[in-house]
Write a protein that binds this ligand. Sequence first.
Ligand code: ASP
Length: 329
Amino acid sequence: MAKPDAQRDAQPDARPLAYPYLLALHGGAGSIAPSFDAAPFHAALRAAAAVGEALLAGGASALDAVVAVVAALEDCILFNAGRGSVYGADAHQEMDASVMDGATRAAGCVAGVRSVANPVLLARAVMQSSGCVMLVGAGAEQFARDAGFPFTPPEYFASPARLEQLRRVQGAGASRQGHSGDYASAPLDEVNKLGTVGAVARDRAGNLASAVSTGGLTNKRPGRVGDTPIFGAGCYADNASVAVAATGTGEHFMRSVLAYDIAARMRYGGAALADAASAAIGERLAPIGGQGGVIAIGRDGALAMPFNTSGMYRASVREGQAIVSAIFQ
Ligand code: ASP
């Protein structure tokens, strides 16, 4: 039986306290029409970046910063995570989230949870006190109650606009429910242009961390889990290379082991972050039909945010510089 804190026994790298902090976050990628009202999205992305920056500037860890940023995005109805999660085929919302600490490679994730307002906080609790890396469904819910997370009723997540989005996708005969087994051919959130959320950071100690959270895909088959809680696919952090948070057609990110592909290109191939990230998307994800993008921060403080969709909601901030947000290429 593993000790509850087994993952914390690993010794973090000893690193000097001389690194400028750096934070990046995303609010999903997909087919985004240039005509939509972008202002609320920029405001929400910047507000979340400010939450993380305040923590990093105060000396908080990258892990604390990415969890706080993702929790802030989960609380925002604009994004497909936490409160704003999309509906699955059975008109329920099931959420997945993950967090990984690059200093120790401790990791925790949850999948298929329905009654936790901030799945990323539960993922962190899994990492820190469950003795496991992954908890799903009823077991994750039970762990949440045992760990003191209040039951959050379906009304908290209820959204007439999201339900309408589901009905439209179902009315259009889209295949995401999996009758054809082909989730990924449907465009990402083409109706409301919303997406998964994620954050990566490097703190002043030079430690990296990543966190990701999602409601998955509209009209997904009940029980379907994407890349978000799969380490090496949608989330990865290792001080030896890079922190990555992904968004896109999860099945393709899993089949590409996309986040770890970037790390491996850097660690074993000596690639620079920008080259590793764009090669992973161009040479591994795209050829099998994958759509989406990543935000990534390298151990050297490099930042890359490539995507192969028309847009990806994103923001970043580097110590001493202003917060920058963007949506299109
Ligand atoms: N990657 C997520 C999933 O497949 C969806 C997204 O990023 O929008 O569940």
